[in-house]
Design a protein around this ligand. Structure first.
Ligand code: 13P
Length: 292
């Protein structure tokens, strides 16, 4: 069993210029698929839950299932709580065994974002083995309870990012650079690669201190994904794509097997469809074969 914090896997990814896939799941079948696919590709992987599925499944259950699955593979795996705006729920998930916590204070003013993120960082670091992700600027679109209109989305100020990192105590940083949660409204979204590269330089030279996270991973072209990695992204979040795979593969199977009533076969079909997609992402992100 190799359960690690996100930072532990991402420093190597940053140095070697690949990204680790961070996949949002809402069901046990999806969690099984993510871990099996990563093990088959010999890739480090991050399983993430947003707050609503974490509460629905219960964080205790998520952690127990995650640990049992982690025991069956020898790749490094991390369990991440995504976009949590509630300091107490962050602490609860850290106590229960999540190994990376994202406190999302992007809706707060700069000082309040630092203050609340610092509280989460100090708490997680005192437990040990848990790292913390913070966000500055706002990522537009919808991810669970976080809804940001494109007009309100503000890109991250590189000057402020170093101060934010140092004062909030974070280990990973999710800067808003023009990517969006959900389905992109335009075919060619404007992504600020220069800003991303500038933030990377400020935080991670001469050595990698705070790996960078790319939010809004669904729907970007393969060239865009590669440029995001070249410019410093090393944790790549995918959520919407897996929701579509889950719903579409369920619908396809049900449509062809209306009278079957065998949920095990449906689960298997959804698992295979999900695994295939996870393998696609792992190959694109360059993390296949990175476990030595
Ligand atoms: P997508 O829903 O666009 O894949 O974004 C995922 C994400 O950034 C989760 O934090």
């Amino acid at each position: 069993m190799t359960i690690v914090s996100a930072k532990e896997m991402l420093v190597k990814a940053s140095q070697e210029k690949y990204a680790v896939g961070a996949f949002n799941i809402t069901s046990v079948v999806q969690m099984v698929a993510v871990i099996e696919a990563a093990a088959e590709r010999n890739a480090p992987v991050i399983v993430q839950t947003s707050v609503t599925p974490a509460k629905f499944l219960k964080p205790e259950v998520v952690v127990a299932v995650f640990r049992a699955l982690a025991e069956s593979v020898s790749i490094p795996v991390c369990l991440h709580l995504d976009h949590c705006t509630d300091v107490d729920f962050c602490k609860k998930c850290a106590d229960l065994g999540y190994t990376n916590i994202m406190f999302d204070g992007s809706h707060l003013d700069f000082e309040e974002n630092i203050k609340q993120t610092r509280e989460v960082s100090d708490y997680c670091h005192a437990i040990g083995g848990i790292t913390v992700e913070g966000e500055l600027g706002t990522v537009s679109g919808v991810e669970d309870q976080i809804k940001v209109a494109a007009d309100d989305a503000q890109l991250c100020d590189p000057e402020k990012s170093l101060e934010f990192m140092e004062r909030s105590g974070i280990d990973l940083f999710g800067p808003a650079i023009g990517t969006a949660h959900g389905i992109y409204q335009t075919e060619n979204p404007v992504i600020d690669f220069v800003r991303l590269g500038e933030i990377y330089q400020k935080l991670n030279t001469p050595e990698v201190r705070t790996p960078l996270v790319i939010h809004g991973g669904t729907g970007l072209s393969e060239n865009t994904v590669k440029s995001l990695i070249e410019n410093g992204g090393s944790k790549y979040n995918v959520s919407t794509n897996l929701k579509y795979i889950l719903m579409d593969s369920t619908f396809d199977y049900m449509s062809g097997h209306l009278k079957e009533y065998d949920p095990g076969k449906l689960d298997k079909h959804v698992k295979m469809a999900t695994k295939e997609r996870i393998e696609y992402w792992i190959d694109l992100l360059g993390s296949a074969g990175k476990v030595i």
